[in-house]
Design a protein around this ligand. Structure first.
Ligand SMILES: Cc1cc2nc3c(=O)[nH]c(=O)nc-3n(C[C@H](O)[C@H](O)[C@H](O)COP(=O)(O)OP(=O)(O)OC[C@H]3O[C@@H](n4cnc5c(N)ncnc54)[C@H](O)[C@@H]3O)c2cc1C
Length: 493
């Protein structure tokens, strides 16, 4: 383990949340180093203090690694997979191959930063060149500050300050060919196969709905972006709240795993508007990019509040009287709350690993405010079931809904699941798709089946309490109870 880098040693690219060839600064640096390029992915699965990926994200990762390996092969390199703690494995690979340089794109979780800092130190002590880059964000979290140089706590000034930094850099082109490092048998640690990582479910294979819904990998991301820009971005400013329409980009899992970069999205969206390749208006573009801005803001929050997924950003909420109610939590998780829009969202999540943003807010509000269950339970469920489960966006968004977060929704904003359904799914198409047992109900009662006349229920083959549940809690009573509970925060302040 004490060997020094040799003149002919490879340059290692350590892939993490950047599973793409284009606009990948670490890959670019390695391929321009003049050295053979050794491409590495290390599945730590909770070692090194990392939060283990949830089931849906693991499924996504499998396909993404497979595609990345194929793309690298096409340009002359190979993806080598390892399993274990990166803090142990990467220095060993570096020593065993006499690598002269290691490149990676930065990550922003506290555990990730700690591991990376320690590895950087170990390798530099051995005279290995180590360089890291921004491949994940438009602007580094520390670049955006208030006028006095502090972190920004409110979205609008955050985004204004970020935009004042100028347009993000232009994305880098994909390398045309790479001089791939030839791995010699017998080098230890030995790479493992993708199957060895056991990322995809087998018995039972619950990923069928996700397989149907998604094409994982960089090419899938570029295809999704092109379709969105050309035919779906028009009307985004108005329609992005409509779960019954294909009105948002569905780029979130690709962004999560870095199969596309926000810089690529930014520049492609502007180019589409300027060249007339989209019918979308400037307001659509600005709104869309400001949602990418929320992602930047979430990372800014995570960077300065490393325990964002575990602790209330606003510690006044530490005294909140959450209920421990396993039955209620299970009804929510199983999408059997009796509120059609809530159950539809949770079933979309379970089947496809994704849920529309408006519905994420509705189901989160329902768990926190109607059931008085700690937002961390919901965050954990989303972490396990979302293909885009993201350390920054998920935690920041759950805290936003709870009212405990930065620039959060006020605690007294309690979404009415009936009114929200009627407003954003006006014909009930979204509910009919995901809760087919209600499909035959007339529009008037699709979001409130308990108000249907007996003959309407009969005609729709619905027996409330049997074929579809009665509401788990009464909306008005739950609202009053939530306001009373939140009142305790006020008196504690
Ligand atoms: C309770 C809750 C949990 C959430 N958990 C996650 C999560 O784990 N991962 C995740 O990527 N997003 C999360 N979001 C944010 C948002 O719902 C998704 O990013 C969005 O629905 C993804 O769909 P899209 O790609 O079509 O979005 P678009 O509307 O097309 O937006 C483009 C991109 O902007 C980013 N974005 C959009 N809205 C937000 C937002 N409110 N906060 C931060 N970034 C945003 C995403 O990267 C998204 O892909 C959560 C929201 C809520 C309310």
């Amino acid at each position: 383990m004490t060997s020094q880098p040799s003149a002919a040693g490879p340059a290692i690219v350590w892939f993490r949340d950047d599973l793409r060839l284009s606009d990948n600064p670490a890959l670019r640096a390695a391929s321009e180093s003049g050295r053979p390029v050794l491409c590495v992915y290390i599945h730590d699965d909770g070692r090194d203090g990392q939060r283990p990926l949830g089931g849906a994200a693991k499924w996504w990762l499998h396909g993404s690694l497979e595609r990345l390996g194929e793309s690298l092969k096409q340009i002359g390199a190979q993806l080598h997979l390892f399993e274990g703690a990166a803090g142990d494995i990467l220095p060993r690979i570096t020593a065993a191959t006499d690598a002269a340089a290691v490149y990676w794109n930065r990550r922003y979780t506290a555990s990730g930063i700690n591991v990376d800092t320690a590895i950087k130190q170990t390798l530099r002590e051995r005279d290995v060149v180590v360089e890291s880059f921004n491949g994940h964000l438009l602007y580094e979290p520390w670049q955006v500050t208030t006028k006095s140089g502090d972190p920004v706590k409110v979205f609008t000034p955050f985004w204004r300050a970020a935009r004042a930094l100028g347009d993000p850099d232009r994305p880098l082109a994909r390398p045309r060919s790479i001089n791939g490092y030839r791995w010699r048998d017998g080098i230890s640690p030995a790479p493992v196969s993708l199957a060895d990582l056991k990322l995809e479910p087998t018995k039972p294979d619950w990923a069928g709905g996700m397989r149907e819904a998604w094409t994982r990998g960089e090419a899938g991301a570029q295809e999704r972006l092109a379709t969105f820009l050309e035919s779906e971005m028009k009307g985004y400013a108005e329609n992005r709240n409509r779960p019954d329409m294909a009105s948002t980009s569905r780029l979130s899992p690709y962004l999560r795993f870095g199969e596309i970069s926000p810089r690529q999205i930014w520049h492609a969206a502007h180019a589409a508007l300027e060249s007339g390749r989209t019918d979308a208006g400037r307001d659509d573009l600005d709104k869309f990019l400001s949602e990418i801005g929320w992602r930047e803001f979430s990372y800014h929050l995570l960077f300065y509040n490393p325990d964002l997924s575990a602790r209330n950003y606003n510690n006044r909420f530490d005294a909140f009287p959450w209920k421990t109610d396993g039955k209620a939590l299970r009804a929510w998780q199983k999408a059997l709350t009796g509120y059609p829009i809530v159950d539809a969202g949770l079933r979309q999540l379970w089947t496809t690993g994704w849920m529309h943003n408006r519905v994420r807010m509705i189901v989160a509000s329902f768990l926190i405010k109607h059931l008085l269950i700690d937002w961390r339970e919901g965050e954990a469920w989303f972490w396990d079931t979302l293909v885009d489960a993201d350390p920054a966006n998920n935690a920041a968004s759950w805290q936003w809904v709870a009212g405990s977060g930065a620039d959060a929704a006020p605690y007294f904003r309690i979404f009415n699941p009936i009114g929200q359904g009627e407003k954003f799914d006006p014909e009930g198409d979204y509910v009919r798709h995901w809760v087919p047992e209600l499909a035959m109900l007339p529009n008037r009662v699709i979001h409130r089946p308990w108000d249907a006349a007996p003959h309407e229920l009969r005609r729709a083959n619905i027996e409330l309490g049997k074929t579809y549940p009665n509401p788990f809690v009464d909306h008005d009573a739950a609202r009053t109870r939530a306001l009373e509970a939140f009142q305790t925060l006020k008196s504690a302040a």
